[in-house]
Design a protein around this ligand. Structure first.
Ligand SMILES: [Zn+2]
Length: 162
C-alpha cells in the first residue's frame, strides 16, 4: 500500500460497525461483520517497547497500542514461523504414523499402541495450528492492543502490509 518508512509502522484501527450471526436452525449459520479501517502510521521505538495512542477515525475513540522495536518484532516473527514449520513436520510425522499403525492388521486380542490415538489427535491439532501460526507469523508487526477489552470494545488493531 505504502512504501515502508524506517522507524515507523503502519497499522489499521478497525472499527466494527456490525457483527451479526444469522441462520442456525434452517439456514446455515453465517456471521456477517462489517467494519471501517483507519490507517495510521506509528513510530517504532529504537529499542524495547513503547505505548502509543491511536485514534479511531470513525468514532474518535482513543486507544492505546504497544509497539515493539524492529529486533523484537523480527524475533517474535521468526519464532512464530519456526513453530509453524515444526507444526507442519509434526503433522507429517503424526499422519505417517497414524496411517502406518492404523493400516496394520492386528492379531486378535491385540490393541493398537497407546501412541496411536495420540498421533490422531496430533494430526488434528497440527492441522489447525500450522496455518494459524504461519498467518500470525507472516502478519506479525509488533503492534498490539494495550487498551482494556472494555475500552477497546468494537475495535481491533490490524497489521498493514507495506
Ligand atoms: Zn471507532
Amino acid at each position: 500500500m505504502n512504501r515502508p518508512i524506517p522507524g515507523t509502522v503502519q497499522v489499521a484501527v478497525r472499527h466494527i460497525l456490525s457483527d451479526r450471526v444469522t441462520g442456525g436452525l434452517i439456514r446455515p449459520r453465517t456471521r456477517t461483520i462489517t467494519w471501517r479501517d483507519t490507517f495510521l502510521r506509528v513510530r517504532r521505538p529504537q529499542s524495547g517497547k513503547q505505548t502509543v495512542e491511536v485514534i479511531c477515525g470513525v468514532c474518535e475513540t482513543s486507544l492505546l497500542a504497544e509497539v515493539r522495536d524492529e529486533t523484537r518484532t523480527g524475533r517474535t516473527k521468526a519464532v512464530l514461523l519456526t513453530l509453524a514449520a515444526v507444526s507442519v513436520l509434526l503433522f507429517v510425522a503424526a499422519l505417517a504414523y497414524a496411517i502406518h499403525e492404523g493400516g496394520k492388521t492386528l492379531p486378535e486380542g491385540q490393541s493398537l499402541p497407546v501412541l496411536f490415538p495420540v498421533s490422531v489427535i496430533g494430526v488434528f491439532v497440527t492441522f489447525v495450528a500450522s496455518p494459524v501460526l504461519y498467518t500470525r507469523g507472516r502478519h506479525y508487526d509488533g503492534v498490539s492492543m494495550l487498551s482494556p477489552r472494555r475500552e477497546a470494545a468494537g475495535h481491533q488493531l490490524k497489521p498493514v502490509r507495506g
